[in-house]
Ligand binder design. Sequence first.
Ligand SMILES: *Cc1c(COP(=O)(O)O)cnc(C)c1O
Length: 371
Amino acid sequence: MQVVTLRQMEELNKTPVKIRPEVLAVPAYKQGMAPSKQGFKLSSNENPFATLPEVQEAVNNADVNRYAAVAMPELRAAIGGLFGLNAETSQHMVHLAAGSVSILYQLIHAVAGPGDNYVYAWPSFEGYPLLSIATGAKGIPVALNNKFEHDLKAMAKTVTEDTRAILLCSPNNPTGPVIGAKNFHSFMKSIPKDVLVVLDEAYRELVTDSKAVRGEEVLEDYPNLVVLRTFSKAYGLAALRIGYGVGHPAVWEAARVTGIPLSVTAQAEAAASVSLTPAVSDQLNQQIAQLVDRRVALAEGLRSLGYEIPEAQGNFVWVPLGDDSLAFAEAFMQEGILVRPFAGSGVRISVGEAESVPEVLRIAGEFKKKA
Ligand SMILES: *Cc1c(COP(=O)(O)O)cnc(C)c1O
């Protein structure tokens, strides 16, 4: 057995090479600590259902000795079909990558560099601010309104000559509300037509609000719009890393230049393809319907305990607790439940196993009594 000495540990904490100061300034990402006792993981918005046998089989049957062929025509056609595109058009308008977060990196790298900026709402997806360090472009956060929604007017006002991209997240992770279709159209008309707009719909399958903007209904109106979705959340393929974008072929040509080649694996392709077949997607839709019921039970339950819960349209609820956020998350940790605190702002609780719902409400109720 190798024993690491104290001196070696100290050496490991120093960097042996020159690293960009803006990179060093970012605290290293720490995966959430494991709770002390057996409980529920409600911190990453994953699908809590076990992998479907059809999906597992597709993964097991994929060969791994050769690189996957990048074309993946059937998968592109199936995704394009969700947007009303025919199989041929889908080959040019559907883009695949190892998670939609990779597509965000490809896009910002393709459109923005030092001196440019991109605009996003805040609080929103934690990946957005990090794009700035990777690309050298400046990220400009714009505060949500008091209903925890995107303040689209304020975002439009923030756009300058140097703005290369605007990131919209609907429903917004971590707070939950969608962007309304009407507001979306007014926004698109108010910004320059050559600024890339990314509509990140990572939780699209869970949206029940009929007024929500839906990528497939607005895409053809705006050549500067791309829609991002993922198989990680409602579709339950988080560990396989596969997401997609739909939009103008020229944008994807650029994204291919900045992306890491060959990053979509054959297993991911196989699992995503089988997930879109009618037999499997019916089962996934049944899971999604159950998750929506649990979401409603969680949001309503927390509201009746006196918590102010914004409109929840993803597979998570947002508990705006300000300075109590870390203590609230700690109370859950003590009970073996992992949730995601945002210090000073709130706590995001994912919709998980059916048995987790009463547990969450019990712990939240006890926290309220102590407060
Ligand atoms: C989870 C998430 C993503 C990233 O998903 P991938 O696993 O990289 O496909 C992107 N955007 C939002 C808003 C998310 O919540």
